[in-house]
Ligand binder design. Sequence first.
Ligand SMILES: Nc1ncnc2c1ncn2[C@@H]1O[C@H](COP(=O)(O)OP(=O)(O)OP(=O)(O)O)[C@@H](O)[C@H]1O
Ligand SMILES: [Mg+2]
Length: 292
Amino acid sequence: MKIYATYNIKGGVGKTTAAVNLAHLSAADGQRTLLWDLDPQGAASFLFRIKPKVKGGGKALIRGTKTLDGAIKGTDFDHLDLLPADFTYRNMDLLLGGAGRRNTRALAQLLRPLAADYDHVFLDCPPSISLVSENVMHAADSLLVPLIPTTLSVRTLDQLTEFVAGFNGHRPEVRAFFSMVDRRKKLHQEIIHTLSAERTVVTHTTIPSLSLIERMSVERAPVTAFAPRSQAARAFRALWSELRQAPKPRDLPATPRRRPRHCRAVSQDEVRRVRTPGVARRPVLPGCRRPS
Ligand SMILES: Nc1ncnc2c1ncn2[C@@H]1O[C@H](COP(=O)(O)OP(=O)(O)OP(=O)(O)O)[C@@H](O)[C@H]1O
Ligand SMILES: [Mg+2]
């Protein structure tokens, strides 16, 4: 069972859109697929026409009084199940941090018994960096990070890469992709060109900004299902195909981009090299000052 999480600290970047379409493509390939809508907004549940309600709420799932298995619903698509959102998920951090201890492995433990039932699990995460996020890091094999091509997205990717690199224990691979791309915008072109050349975690495939993708909320279905031959569906198919392959090493450009003032971007390799086994605190990374 491989666990993918669509994740970004920022909101409204295309996490749910990606989770819904990629989960549908996975199921269409014949893979037994589960999408867990972890966002109390319940957008993924809405798009699959499933009521965002779990009996007993998030509390029952976290405390184990209700199994995930018992809360899973079938969707209109073969091989694709959904674990709906519940409004009580907004309190997930409190549930995971109760009784003075921080449980960072609850989601991973809850998902483990499903390993025999599913080939792929997608976690559609709320936009935050919280105890839920730490649980997602422990549970996921792969973090899928949609980025809107703005200068801030570069910063977001660096923050996220550092957060994952400084993580003790299990670290998911990070795969970022540009979403809502408008090729007519020069700034979009420049940012995509620069970041794709510099960071091996960024996919070649980009998801264009298309009104057909926005129509998903009207059709209440993945665009890969209601318009399978559209440009939008082709883009998600290309993305899914690329994500299933290992990231390819790429050459750095001759003139690297200027880094943030105090810290240059850090590759997973560099982090591995400076990390001292058995030392829990975050390492000082090359080019970074330890915060005072
Ligand atoms: N490629 C795209 N082209 C056009 N509109 C898009 C595209 N991707 C997403 N959208 C629209 O942008 C809005 C936000 O997308 P989505 O809900 O997937 O983002 P999100 O990151 O999950 O948001 P949140 O952080 O609130 O969970 C939605 O209305 C969606 O239809
Ligand atoms: Mg969302």
